[in-house]
Ligand binder design. Sequence first.
Ligand SMILES: *Cc1c(COP(=O)(O)O)cnc(C)c1O
Length: 412
Amino acid sequence: MEEMKQLIAETEETLAPYFKYIEEVAYENQEKVLNAFHAVKATENDLQGTTGYGYDDLGRDHLEAIYAHAFKAEDAIVRPQIISGTHAITIALQSVLKYGDELLYITGNPYDTLLEVIGINGNGIESLREHGVSYDKVDLKEGDIDIQAVFKQIKPQTKVIAIQRSKGYDQRPSIKLDLIEQAIQQIKAQYPDIIIFVDNCYGEFVEKREPIECGADLIAGSLIKNPGGGLAKIGGYIAGEKSLVERCGYRLTAPGIGKEAGASLNSLQEMYQGFFLAPHVVSQSLKGALFTSLLLEKMDMRTAPRYDVDRTDLIQTVSFDTKEQMILFCQSIQQASPINAHFSPEPAYMPGYEDDVIMAAGTFVQGSSIELSADGPIRSPYEVYVQGGLTYEHVKLAVTRAAQKLKTQQLV
Ligand SMILES: *Cc1c(COP(=O)(O)O)cnc(C)c1O
């Protein structure tokens, strides 16, 4: 225990200057969000929801304007009817890709759940492929977008180029916005009509900019990750160029209706407040990720990224030698959760994922990964993705206990 205390003290001392930078980013993003609230003139009435068809739902419309303003987009859709990040991305891709078009991913394999959306895995039902949309990908090269390979891969029918900012459940690094910007500039210089879509999941408010500012046409993400600030109980967003967002509205509801309808019920207050808190909550998660990275590194575990590397998302990978270590680590995180701490997660099948997955999360919002969670597919090299944390203190407690447990059971 004494030894652990010493390790923690050293860890936090090393991290102090990095924490300062995280606070600086949070400050700028907080100002950006506050300015968006002011530009839209958010009122107390906006926090009330509507019922039924949800026509003239000013609170919903103003929230969408706030998202658009903060993300420097022409328009946005932010809805409780979008059930997840996968759903938001699916709406975006289905809206812009039609029969005969090609989707080209330039950051390697897409996130697991999108494989079925595209039609790479699964039964193909209602996939892009079933609708006549073809797919290709370009792998990363030394952690960056391989622009030469991208140019070779672009075909006359390449309609959308997709970029995934966060590594998700992959061994590749996440892609920082300056690299995304360089790639977009080069693509747009030669192919101005190709639509650039960015899967922004886990990326919001980690850097000082967002992908639209770097040239993306359309972005999407989940409100039970970063931009929901831990308060939103459901929802996804899409933001970008006006005509594209309009299409997404038609796809979400119905042609002709689009963004005009869709009751917000009781979801608005927490979506507004969550977005307001998001820059700070993201900073707490980031500090937790750095702590996880350095503490476990000091205990001879393999983690990525390192604490001193610039980040663009919340995900901290911890790799274990064995399945047993991986499972024990996840179970320890669960035991340090506020909710369901007395339950123990086991690896199991999850819809949308190829391998069994273990998910440790005792969260207030089911599956929320802006709250502390640890999960990963049970496949070599036994990588656990640790992300989120509403407060730094909670992450520190949970990871310290998990590390202690591995030590006590002599698994490290
Ligand atoms: C989480 C995530 C998704 C999917 O979001 P869900 O809300 O889990 O459906 C897609 N892409 C990336 C990079 C993600 O991290």
